[in-house]
Design a binder for this molecule. Sequence first.
Ligand code: ZN
Length: 99
Amino acid sequence: MKSEINEDNLSIDMKPFAQQLQGATDTDYFYFFCPDCKNSQVTRILDYEIKEDSPDNPYNEQTKSKAARGFTILFHLFCEKCNYKGKVKVSNLGFRLVS
Ligand SMILES: [Zn+2]
């Protein structure tokens, strides 16, 4: 299966921080941990933006599963403990992270 990671879409200031931003689920909710705190400090999501919302999904042509739509949602993260501020995108159109 083709990887969802599309590094061609990453600009210079949109460096992936796979080693820095991690998260976990609790029941059916997903939480982002602060990349600066080392004790699994959960960040607050202060806001979100719908960056892309399309009735089509280009990956449907390449995969056996069919997404109902194509979307990208950007979350504004904040750590109450250390004041970290960051943004992360969740998308089924590609894999992009910004800080
Ligand atoms: Zn923190």
